[in-house]
Design a protein around this ligand. Structure first.
Ligand SMILES: [Zn+2]
Length: 119
């Protein structure tokens, strides 16, 4: 379950970024999920609960997920676009123009977009 280490890094980043402020607690954490990332929001929330249960500043935060659209690029021609998906499953990693491989250049990662803090 790679969500666990990912969530750990989120928690660490939040702790670090509120350390220098006088924060009562974190209200909301907005996480931007790349369209092609493989993280499962439910599992992140589950891990978050476990990891923060003894941290009064973090444990009640609401996690909000927003999606970032992905972009792929062909390794061979000028093609740039999105992957063809059906119900969220990627159908093909081949370029529709020339048949070469497509590489993901955006939408492969997850970042903390915003924190709402209660002072
Ligand atoms: Zn191509």
């Amino acid at each position: 379950m790679h969500e666990f280490s990912f969530t750990q890094s989120i928690v660490n980043a939040v702790i670090e970024s509120i350390a220098s402020y006088d924060v009562k607690f974190v209200q909301e954490i907005e996480i931007e999920m790349g369209e092609y990332s493989t993280f499962i929001p439910d599992q992140i929330e589950f891990c978050y609960e476990i990891l923060t249960k003894n941290n009064d500043q973090l444990k009640d935060a609401n996690i909000v997920f927003t999606e970032k659209k992905g972009v792929v690029e062909c390794v061979s021609c000028e093609y740039r676009g999105t992957l063809q998906t059906i119900d969220g499953d990627i159908q093909s990693f081949s370029c529709p123009d020339c048949g070469e491989y497509l590489t993901i250049i955006e939408g492969n990662d997850c970042i903390i977009k915003q924190l709402k803090l209660m002072k």
